[in-house]
Design a protein around this ligand. Structure first.
Ligand code: F6P
Length: 545
């Protein structure tokens, strides 16, 4: 049950959202061109600019009052203390422990989580060192040149995103990621891999996920078929919480890197699940990634709410979703290396916040997680930005900009940044009828043509965006960026009163797939009338019906 204070804070915020012109940003800038310093904050390398939202001093005060009433700081501290903040599963969510330096105390359920993390990191580091120095080699005596991570969801997206973001020509190994149970993915990868030089990681928290275990069996058969059964064990390692299942798969105990159930899949790239990163990028890069996340953790744990970047990012979301009714958000990294960052956020945010029941088991009284989608800029500009500029409902945008590139083409980078900044400005400023008419007149259009096209060419403006600016993209800044969003998710869990750490919504489809599979194998079984005709059509097209 929400407290009276929380309900009063929600009511105050919602009243602000209902006021005429609540979503207008231009008047705020007109009244106060110096909004930027008042509505931007820094933490470490991250600059967060909220000035191009309709958050005024009054709205910010209401949002902060809500954060206090919802006890965002209390939820944060309970999470850091290892309490069972994942209430439905009665588990901690202790990803903070994964990136804390040795000696930082973290425990949960009477167990010393910190000691276990350090022991796993030491084992991972030893393994990575032996692969890189050639002590561990493939069965034919060749050095490993490629690492293949087989996993899906949280056992794929974080490492796949970071491997792409941080790749350099000097990377010690090439990284590949196999997620989809669609074997076209494996066939495409297989054509590029030499089994003699490929190290395979089976990454699965549960070690039961259908897609991962199916792909693991395919890849295992490929290794056995090309190198012989005896060679397989030397090419495999596992990243999992399920030690009995990894043993049953034939993976030697000293090649299993474990973690605990208090590491959620979508928060797991810092755990043993990050082994592909350490192998592909080098231990130093992986350690810097953890250090970057730790820097953001320290900020999150210590900064007051009004300066706390994750809390402010969460509050901007509440303003947009609940007060203004904007139920989608786009994430546009203006850095090609972050091409998979929106995909990572899709899982992190939508699997965490797509909930319609509160942690206490009651129907949620307000809209919760928005739809999150994205693409790197500038590609997005030539794809879905039309809707964001001129569609019927505003879609807030996160612009992620990186000041300094790691290439020697400053002209390209200036154009990239100019486009990102221009999109944010265009969304906010828009272009009114008078301006459109004047532009067309200046271009020599006749009045009929001006009349015909004016409305089509108007941009409504007042479309919000936040900008996140990093000085450069490296392991340390990427760690900060990812942790910023992780903690934003935790704050939103507290604000909406939902459990951001479970994901019951993924279960039904898995159950039904298990029921449908025998029918596709040609075995009889009663099927739902919604599925049965399509199953029959598929069997007919396969020549089996
Ligand atoms: O999609 C559901 C889910 O459980 C995710 O939360 C998780 O990241 C993914 O499947 C993979 O699970 P596992 O690591 O157990 O294979």
């Amino acid at each position: 049950m929400a407290s009276t204070d929380t309900e009063a804070a929600w009511a105050a915020l919602e009243a602000l959202g209902r006021r005429a012109g609540a979503g207008a940003i231009r008047p705020l800038f007109a009244a106060d061109p110096g909004r930027f310093p008042r509505f931007s904050r820094r933490a470490g390398d991250v600059l967060l600019d909220l000035s191009k939202t309709a958050i005024s001093e009054e709205v910010l005060a209401a949002l902060l009052a809500l954060a206090r009433a919802a006890d965002v700081e209390g939820f944060r501290d309970a999470m850091a203390r290892g309490e069972a903040v994942n209430a439905t599963e009665r588990r901690a969510a202790l990803h903070l422990a994964l990136r804390a330096p040795a000696g930082t105390p973290f425990s949960t359920g009477g167990e010393d989580a910190a000691a276990e993390v350090q022991a796993t990191l030491a084992a991972m580091r030893g393994f990575v060192g032996r692969v890189h120095d050639g002590t561990l080699r493939g069965a034919t005596g060749e050095r490993f040149t490629d690492v293949l991570n087989i996993g899906i969801g949280g056992s794929d997206l974080g490492p796949a995103m970071a491997a792409r973001a941080l790749w350099t020509p000097a990377a010690p190994l090439r990284a590949h990621f196999l997620a989809n149970v669609d074997a076209h993915a494996w066939e495409a990868l297989r054509a590029r891999l030499d089994p003699a030089r490929t190290l395979v990681l089976v990454a699965s928290k549960t070690f039961t996920t259908q897609e991962t275990m199916t792909n693991a069996a395919l890849v295992r058969a490929w290794l056995a078929g090309s190198l012989g059964e005896a060679a397989v064990a030397g090419h495999l390692a596992a990243l999992s919480t399920n030690l009995p299942a990894t043993a049953a798969f034939g993976i030697a105990r000293d090649r299993v890197f474990g973690f605990r159930d208090w590491v959620g899949g979508r928060f797991s790239m810092w755990s043993a699940i990050g082994l592909s990163l350490a192998l592909a990028l080098g231990w130093e890069a992986f350690a810097r990634l953890l250090a970057g996340a730790r820097a953001m953790d320290e900020h999150f744990l210590a900064a007051p709410l009004e300066d706390n970047l994750p809390a402010l990012l969460a509050l901007a979301e509440v303003w947009h979703v609940d007060a203004l009714g904007y139920t989608a958000r786009a994430v546009l990294p203006y850095d090609e290396r972050l091409a998979r960052f929106p995909a990572h956020l899709q899982q992190l945010e939508m699997e965490s916040l797509g909930k319609r029941v509160t942690a206490a088991g009651l129907p949620a009284r307000r809209a919760t997680g928005p739809v999150v989608f994205g693409e790197p800029g500038t590609n997005a500009q030539h794809s879905f930005m039309q809707l964001i500029h001129q569609g019927t409902t505003p879609v807030p945008v996160d612009f992620i900009l990186v000041a300094n590139p790691d290439h020697a083409h400053p002209d390209s980078h200036r154009k990239l940044l100019a486009n990102g900044l221009a999109q944010a400005e265009a969304l906010m400023r828009g272009k009114d009828e008078a301006c459109v008419r004047a532009e067309m007149r200046a271009a020599g259009k006749d009045e009929a043509e001006i009349e015909r096209l004016t409305l089509h060419r108007v941009f409504p403006g007042d479309r919000p965006s936040v900008t996140i600016l990093l000085p450069r993209l490296d392991a340390f800044t990427l760690g900060q960026l990812v942790a910023l969003y992780e903690h934003k998710v935790a704050c939103l869990g507290a604000l909406w009163g939902i459990n951001p750490f479970d994901q019951w919504g993924v279960e039904l489809g898995k159950q039904l797939a298990g029921h449908i599979l025998p029918a596709l194998e040609g075995r009889d079984g009663e099927q739902d009338p919604a599925a049965a005709p399509l199953i029959a059509e598929i069997l007919r097209m396969q020549g089996r019906g």
